[in-house]
Design a protein around this ligand. Structure first.
Ligand SMILES: [Zn+2]
Length: 324
């Protein structure tokens, strides 16, 4: 039974550059926001101090009594389970093994809940974003890497070892490009922002005729996924070819996800989602063409609507879903 006297949540989103935090109400209003630099290299202990200070500072900033807070929700990189960081490969030294929820509760007196950042964002999409009101959906975050979140009956599907939804490492091209995980042909090796930029750089180095290098001010180091989207919007054939391949690989993944989960919708977020309909329109067409479905079963492909605040909406959604 939800305790509706507990109207507010503290939400914390640990990103690679910033830790963003906020106080949100049960109806999704953001009452306060704060952000500090993550400074990953300074390690887990210092990060924990930052989280505690952010939580305390936000609670005092909004001037609400502690009894009105349902708790603190945290999205973290890596794999947390039961409030403990089980693994965080190569990101924040010393973050692994941190009892983050217990530490936050001890310092603030509020219950705390934590999950992987991408899964938390998926929950936020269902609370107040592109999948608002949907009970069964899957989100894909196409950023530097590719992450996923599977929501079943309104809750994050965790799997046996809390490592579900590693959707970036679904193989979409057998014997394909080497992925950062060591396997070949993963979705992440084709559809992450990093992979899209790498494909463009490869074309430039091979001397292909393209405006991509011009759009990057003649410096190959400036080429990112956005450069490719800008070039595609201007009709550049190489950029359009890269986007076409991205759409096909993404469609392959989505078709498999559809068969596994029968989701109502797919939410596409992260930096690559900035391509908008340039990517989503062909993606919808390919999925529709190849989907093996009954009437009305083709998944609805939507762009994320949470924007920059996705992580804090997710953190609050986690609090209201798990602690009320
Ligand atoms: Zn992989």
């Amino acid at each position: 039974m939800s305790d509706t006297s507990k109207q507010y949540a503290v939400a914390i989103d640990i990103g690679g550059t910033n830790v963003k935090a906020g106080v949100l109400s049960r109806d999704g209003e953001v009452l306060a926001r704060q952000r500090v630099l993550t400074e990953e290299r300074k390690g887990g202990e210092q990060l924990m101090v930052k989280l505690i200070n952010l939580a305390k500072s936000l609670i005092s900033e909004v001037g609400k009594s502690k009894q009105q807070f349902a708790g603190i929700g945290v999205g973290t990189p890596g794999l947390p389970k039961d409030g403990v960081i089980m693994s965080c490969p190569g990101k924040i030294p010393g973050w692994e093994g941190t009892h983050a929820c217990a530490d936050l509760t001890k310092a603030t007196g509020l219950p705390a809940v934590m999950d992987n950042d991408v899964k938390v964002i998926a929950l936020g999409e269902g609370w107040i974003g592109a999948a608002k009101g949907e009970k069964n959906f899957v989100s894909l975050a196409l950023g530097t890497g590719v992450g996923g979140g599977v929501i079943i009956d309104g809750r994050i599907y965790q799997g046996e070892h809390a490592v579900s939804a590693r959707l970036g490492h679904m193989v979409v091209e057998p014997h394909g490009k080497l992925c950062i995980c060591g396997n070949r042909g993963c979705l992440e090796a084709y559809c992450s922002a990093r992979s899209i930029a790498a494909a463009a750089i490869d074309h430039v180095l091979r001397g292909c005729e393209t405006i991509i290098l011009d759009l990057a001010d003649g410096d190959i180091r400036n080429i990112d996924a956005k450069t490719v989207f800008d070039a595609a919007r201007r009709g550049d054939p190489i950029a359009l070819e890269i986007l076409d391949k991205t759409a096909h690989h993404l469609a392959t993944a989505i078709l498999t996800i559809m068969q596994a989960f029968d989701p109502k919708c797919m939410v596409i977020g992260g930096g690559v989602a900035a391509a908008g309909d340039l990517l989503l329109e062909p993606l919808r067409k390919i999925v529709k063409q190849y989907a093996w479905t009954g009437p009305g079963e083709v998944v609805d492909i939507r762009a994320s609507t949470l924007g920059d605040d996705a992580g804090i909406f997710g953190g609050a959604a986690l609090v209201f879903a798990e602690l009320c």
